[in-house]
Design a protein. Structure first.
Length: 68
């Protein structure tokens, strides 16, 4: 996972949590839901990046095995 990808997903998780807390404190259910959604987006980005990295590793392993 690149630094940019880590930063992007962390930014979404942190901003989402802040919005969620703000919504809870102010009683704004829409803001709270927006924050939860943004937090989930950050987690999804992490998962997608992990899957992408695993696919790259698997392809590299397959290439090494086929070269033997």
């Amino acid at each position: 996972m690149s630094i940019e990808e880590k930063f992007d997903s962390a930014k979404d998780k942190i901003a989402g949590k802040a919005k969620e807390v703000e919504g809870k404190v102010t009683g704004d259910k829409n803001r709270e839901a927006e924050g939860k959604a943004q937090g989930v987006l950050g987690k999804v980005k992490d998962t997608i990046t992990d899957v992408k990295d695993n696919v790259k590793d698997t392809i590299a392993d397959l290439k090494k095995d086929s070269e033997k």
